[in-house]
Write a protein that binds this ligand. Structure first.
Ligand code: ZN
Length: 371
């Protein structure tokens, strides 16, 4: 099989698995709603405790166990089995289990206060809970962006400042040009888990930093690393983290609003007694997932637009623009990316433009700037 068709097959499997997981969750929740199981679970929970808060947490915990089990199974198939089958993963089964366990604990710690707030808001403000919850999500996202690079990422990877003097000098020059305060450029040991390479601009305020995978630093030339770094500086110069924070908040408002609106249409006929009825929670979750489906393509379109802006910045500002193109080729080879995905799949699900398009776009900018 050629590398191209292998990449196509790999991406297709990944997409099918991810869509199957969501479909399975929706089917299960719908079954839970229509079979009367949800109301039965609520009644049982209310025999254990009189407190609505304790009752809500027991109900959610029971539901969460089932949903988490599904997500762990899919994560094993997609993130362990197929990653090994395509020779992309270095993880032993135990390493995978440990990383998954840590991920679950972090998810639990982060979601408990949000669930508590959610339940508080729907009880205190049954009409306008979605506004309060949207606002809470904004505060939560800001806090998370601020603390994640220093508190959460290190639970999974080891970060060290990049110390190669040649690379550093090039980065300092680019950072100065983009008025990016060069406090944090870190390498992280991505290679312990995967052969894939990646880089990202992350954090806000004092946690703002650029992180580069060790695979990338080891296998890319200085010119290529500079181009990748310039792309990340491009995200900074165009204020993408800030913009995403606001559009992300707008999306959560919209998702909560739409779910609330539709819930109020269906709840009585399904035997649920208003938004505060915990038995109606699976219905609300299904509606949120469906609303998310409507919003995701818009979100991805914005993300692809940002990627193009960052690409343009990289091509125009790195000392060897051709290195941007070779870095794209290397990245797609290492990460087994489909360079020419189906247009509909790209439109609906991809946050990055197809590699073929990025290379063509970069060539256009190089030709334009040489005129
Ligand atoms: Zn990017």
């Amino acid at each position: 099989m050629t590398d191209k068709s292998k990449a196509k097959q790999y991406e297709r499997i990944k997409l099918i698995l991810s869509l199957s997981e969501t479909a399975l969750i929706i089917i299960l929740l719908v079954y839970f709603i229509f079979s009367g199981l949800s109301i039965e679970l609520k009644n049982r929970v209310l025999t254990i405790t009189d407190s609505i808060y304790a009752g809500f947490f027991i109900y959610v915990a029971a539901l969460a166990v089932v949903l988490t089990a599904i997500s762990v199974i899919f994560s094993f198939i997609s993130g362990y089995y197929f990653e090994h089958r395509y020779h992309l993963s270095n993880q032993s089964f135990w390493a995978w289990t440990w990383e998954t366990f840590k991920g679950l604990v972090v998810g639990l710690v982060l979601s408990i206060p949000l669930l508590f707030l959610f339940f508080y808001f729907i009880n205190r403000f049954p009409q306008t809970w979605w506004i309060w919850m949207g606002a809470a999500m904004f505060v939560f996202s800001v806090l998370l962006s601020r603390i994640a690079p220093q508190v959460i990422f290190p639970l999974f990877y080891k970060f060290e400042p990049v110390d190669n003097p040649e690379i550093l000098e090039r980065m300092q020059k680019l950072a100065k040009k983009g008025k990016f305060t060069l406090k944090g450029i870190f390498r992280f040991n991505m290679s312990k888990d995967t052969v894939k390479a990646n880089a990202a601009f992350t954090g806000i305020g004092k946690s703002k930093r650029i992180i580069l995978g060790d695979n990338l630093l080891n296998s890319f030339s200085a010119d290529e690393i500079e181009a990748v770094f310039a792309h990340e500086v491009g995200h900074f110069v165009h204020l993408h983290i800030l913009i995403r924070l606001f559009t992300g908040t707008f999306s959560s408002f919209l998702i909560f609003f739409l779910a609330d609106f539709l819930y109020n249409i269906f709840d009585n006929s399904l035997g649920f007694n208003g938004i505060t009825d915990m038995a109606g929670l699976p219905l609300l979750v299904v509606l949120m997932i469906l609303a998310g489906f409507v919003i995701t393509p818009f979100d991805n379109a914005l993300s692809r637009h940002h990627e193009r802006q960052a690409d343009r910045y990289a091509v125009l500002n790195s000392s060897n623009p051709q290195a941007f193109i070779t870095s794209m080729k290397k990245l797609s080879d290492i990460n087994l990316a489909d360079t020419k995905p189906n247009a509909v799949v790209e439109f609906l699900f991809h946050g990055h433009p197809a590699i073929d398009k990025r290379i063509r776009f970069a060539n256009d900018i190089i030709n334009e700037s040489q005129k």
